[in-house]
Ligand binder design. Structure first.
Ligand code: BDR
Ligand code: CA
Length: 307
């Protein structure tokens, strides 16, 4: 099983990404770390604990950065509600979080592992950048960073920027320039990874309490995306987990990618050298497409595991 750390800001799609990861026997989730993004750190941290508790998963959960490296926090209540996870009523968590912070936990997991660790960030990259900056020697023990964020064409929070990168572009710049192998699951692929309403009903009909909770999460999350004119709703964060479970589910191409941190209109843009104009070494594997049917099936299979 592949040892992974999930660094997230739950968040509806983050919550589903967690549930997908824990249900799949190809992955060994060593820890869940949280970051401020979709909501404040107190909320994303509590949401992670609540979702995992509800699903009967007791694991290492650590609280991370409360704000981006240099900027004020931007949150996304339009998408995820005031709690960051509006929709289902979840009871309070039933297990205790780690007393270590996210950076300490990430360091500990990596240092204690005999195998290289894959990190799956599904929120702003603040925690990951802090780890890489403060402990550069750790890079050699990271297999790959498979992140949800960015896009080749068009943003969802500004015309140029995707939310996770926009929230902490300096952190993203540190991660993308770190030399660690990076896979970017951006909007180019995640907007193709949509789940349709009838598929949400399939999940509800699986009938266990976790599947029903996921359907309720998607009922809420779908309301925002109706306005985008999508047929369904993009399951952004689960794409990164799906890639690590089975890379054959996606197609990718490598490019040189920089993060815009000084732009007037383009802050947080992932600038992809599509035509190899700069002739710089390709630092990012960009995910371009996904087999949507297989992806949804992977999600169904995961939900059935919670019986
Ligand atoms: C990303 O932003 C967040 O709202 C989602 O959880 C996802 O990680 C999509 O742009
Ligand atoms: Ca997220």
């Amino acid at each position: 099983r592949k040892p992974v750390i999930i660094d997230c800001d739950p968040g509806h799609d983050d919550a589903i990404a967690l549930l997908l990861a824990f249900a799949n026997d190809k992955l060994d989730v060593k820890a869940v770390t949280t970051v401020a993004g979709n909501q404040t750190i107190e909320k994303t941290f509590n949401n992670a604990l609540k979702v995992l508790s509800f699903a009967g998963i007791n694991t290492v959960v650590s609280k991370g950065a409360e704000k981006p490296l240099l900027r004020d926090l931007i949150t996304a209540p339009e998408v995820h509600g005031d709690s960051g996870l509006d929709g289902p009523e979840l009871p309070p968590p039933n297990f205790k979080p780690s007393s270590k912070n996210a950076v300490e936990t990430i360091m500990e997991v990596i240092n204690e592992s005999n195998e290289k660790i894959t990190i799956i960030p599904t929120g702003p990259l603040t925690n990951i950048a802090t780890v890489l900056l403060s402990n550069p020697e750790i890079k050699a023990k990271i297999e790959r960073i498979v992140l949800m964020g960015g896009s080749m064409i068009g943003g969802n929070w500004t015309p140029a920027a995707e939310f996770n990168i926009l929230v902490d572009p300096e952190a993203a710049s540190i991660v993308f320039n770190s030399g660690v192998p990076i896979t970017m699951c951006g909007l180019d692929v995640t907007h193709k990874a949509q789940i349709y309403k009838e598929e949400v009903e399939e999940i509800r009909n699986i009938g266990n309490k976790v599947a029903i909770m996921v359907a309720e999460l998607l009922d809420f999350y779908g309301k925002f995306h109706e306005r985008f004119g999508f047929k369904g709703m993009p399951l952004h964060d689960p794409v990164a987990v799906a890639y690590v479970i089975d890379p054959t589910i996606v197609t990718t191409q490598s490019f040189y990618v920089e993060i815009e941190i000084k732009g007037e209109f383009t802050n947080g843009c992932t600038v992809v050298d599509y035509y190899y104009v700069l002739k710089k070494p390709k630092n990012v594997e960009v995910v371009l497409d996904i087999d949507r049917e297989r992806f949804i099936k992977m999600l169904y299979d995961a939900m059935r595991k919670y019986n």
